[in-house]
Every structure is written in C-alpha cells, then in structure tokens.
Design a protein around this ligand. Structure first.
Ligand code: NAP
Length: 321
C-alpha cells in the first residue's frame, strides 16, 4: 500500500505524475476554489502527506484529524496559516518555498509602490471612462519615487531585493528588523532605524515582515499617525500586520496620502470591504509571486520535497527544522 498524498488544489499533471509512483494521490479538483473545510478534514484522516496553499488553514482541528500525517508541503514562503510548532511537536515536517519567489515578489512590491505613487490605476480607470478630456496642468498628478526615502520594515530576502531596485531609483533606504544587518548597510548604503524613526522619515513605508503573534497589528493607528501626511504605505507581506480599520480611517481623513495593498486580513477581500470605497488605495489580489516561471518553481520545490520524503531523503526547505 502506498502512502496517501492529499493535494488541496489542482496542480499541473506533469508535476503530479512523478508522485504517483510513490503515493496514492488524491487531489481537490479545482484550481480556483479552495477545498471545503469538511472535505479537508475528511481527507487528512488517512493522508501521510498534504500539499497546501495559503488559503488552507492547518490548525489544531486539522492536525487532530490527521493521525497519519508526516509531511505538509506549502506553496508559499509565508506559513502563518499552518500551526507549525504543533506540527513539529507531532513530528510532522513542514516545508515552504523561499528564494525562488524573492525577485518576482520584489518586482511586484516595487511596481505596486510606483503604481500607488502615480495613481496609475485611477488614471487608467478615468481614461477608460472617457474622463481624459484635456491636458490639465495639475491633472493626474502623483508623487515622485526617484530620489525619495523608502522605509522597509522587514529587510529579509524580499526586502533586500526591493532595496536593490530602490537604489537604482536613487532612493534613500531605511530599514527596520529585530537584528541589524551591518554587511547589507555597508554594501548598499541603507540605514537601520527604529520603527518610529523609519515611520516618521519615510516617503514610502513597505511592509515585508512575516505575519506572527509579534508582527500582528504592528502598523496600527499610532504607527500610521507617525507617518508623513504625504507618505504612502505599501503592504506586500500579509494582511493583519497592518490594522485595516486604522488604515481605512487614516486614508479617509488623509492622515497619509495613499496605500498599496497586495494582502488583506480576509482573502479574498470581501466586495463590501470599506477599503474598496476609497479613491486613494491601490489593491491587488495577492499576486506577489504570480509569474508563470515563479509559480512553477514553487510547485517544483514542493514536488521535490514530497519525492525526497517518499525516498527517505531530507525534503528541501523545512520550516523551523
Ligand atoms: P525573510 O527573508 O524571512 O525576511 C523577513 C524579515 O523580517 C527578516 O529580515 C526579519 O529580520 C524581519 N522580521 C521578522 N520578524 C520581525 C519583527 N517582529 N520585527 C521586525 N522585523 C522582523 O522573508 P522573505 O522571504 O523576505 O518574505 C517576507 C514575507 O513576505 C513572507 O513571510 C510572506 O508573508 C511575504 N510574501 C508575500 C508574497 C505575496 O504574494 N504578497 C510573496 C512572498 C512572500 P529579523 O529576524 O532580524 O527581525
């Protein structure tokens, strides 16, 4: 009897096929709809391996329902949707997909920063609606990116990749981490700052810390209040790090100029979210890593981790090993 692998989202058959030699593969048959909770709970009951995406919440209930589970492979670098410590306590390996998505996500972060600075979405929508009626001296004006100050909260893999882009735009870069990175400071000329200094001195604040109990809500009303009135907040990390209610109030009252969000507290963002009523916000449907090459590279890492596990080898990218 082969061990059972349950795949929570339809993956390309050429990636799944090599796994069939080692696993009895069962797969939720949709690329676009998440596996319903009751189906997940039923399927994990007999699964040895589980392949998840960020919309699959792997909590106590799921782990309790999965007595045979030995490995969870996760198609993301962030793993806050998985109760990793509990999984580890039960001897379950959890893997993720760092590195392969770093440059792609940095591209998106910088693109979102620029799109928000120049309100490209607003200008595009206005043009399609026939509102481009003449050249106006101060029509469709935004703020400069080139030469401004960028504050990166979470100077990790993606943070550093964004910083390199920012340097090509002659930006001053401040960053905040729990630990300083003197080597990065020396090589790129960025400067470490406390959170308060970063917030009050940056024209753009970019959030790139992982979601954790420590980072949940770290950008709330008080922190947004420290930002410049002209500043722009960009979050490409995870919803919940920025307090959406506080952000809504700040954007509505023009405490800050604008925000660019790729991630939200609830995803997909409900269509009745107050955020969608604001003109000074640019929203994207969590597409940081969404290029064909990168998504296939993420799938490939997960597939290799599953193959290694089946062969008794060390799976790649184990979280908190
Ligand atoms: P990473 O290399 O682990 O970098 C995270 C950085 O955050 C580290 O430098 C870490 O430094 C810092 N950090 C962690 N906790 C902190 C805290 N409490 N206060 C201040 N700094 C803290 O991770 P990455 O690969 O760059 O990815 C970052 C995040 O981006 C992921 O966790 C994921 O949530 C998100 N992401 C989103 C997308 C998307 O599609 N939008 C795609 C990929 C990744 P210290 O340990 O020194 O504090």
């Amino acid at each position: 009897m082969k061990p059972i692998l349950y795949i929570c989202r339809e993956m390309p058959e050429e990636m799944v096929a090599p796994l069939r030699e080692f696993y009895e593969v069962d797969m939720w048959p949709s690329t676009s709809e998440a596996v319903p909770r009751e189906v997940l709970l039923e399927k994990v009951a007999t699964a040895t391996a589980l392949w998840v995406v960020i919309s699959d919440r792997i909590d106590q209930e799921v782990l309790d329902a999965a007595p045979e589970l030995k490995i969870i492979v996760n198609m993301a670098v962030g793993y806050n949707h998985i109760l990793v410590e509990e999984a580890r306590a039960r001897g379950i390996i959890v893997t993720n997909t760092p590195d392969v998505l770093t440059e792609t996500t940095a591209d998106l972060a910088f693109a979102l920063l620029m799109a928000t600075a120049r309100d490209m979405m607003g200008a595009e929508k206005a043009m399609r609606a026939g509102k481009w009626t003449s050249w106006e001296p101060l029509g469709f004006t935004g703020v400069d990116v080139y030469g401004s100050t960028l504050g990166i909260i979470g100077m990790g893999r993606i943070g550093e990749a964004v910083m390199r882009r920012a340097k090509a735009f002659n930006m001053n870069v401040l960053y905040h981490n729990r630990r300083r990175k003197p080597g990065v400071e020396d090589m790129h000329g960025c400067r470490y700052a406390t959170l308060e200094t970063l917030l009050s001195n940056s024209d753009f604040v970019l959030v790139l810390v992982p979601f954790s109990e420590e980072t949940k809500g770290i950008i709330g009303a008080e922190e947004i209040g420290m930002m410049k009135e002209t500043a722009i907040l960009v979050n490409v990390s995870r919803g919940g790090i920025v307090d959406e209610t506080a952000l809504f109030k700040a954007l509505q009252s023009h405490t800050i100029r604008a925000a660019g969000l790729d991630v939200f507290e609830i995803e997909p963002l409900p269509m009745d979210s107050p955020l969608l009523t604001l003109p000074n916000i640019t929203v994207l449907p969590h597409i940081g890593s969404a290029t064909i090459k990168t998504r296939l590279a993420m799938i490939s890492l997960n597939q290799k981790a599953l193959l290694a596990f089946a062969k008794g080898e060390e799976p790649n990218h184990q979280v908190m090993k």
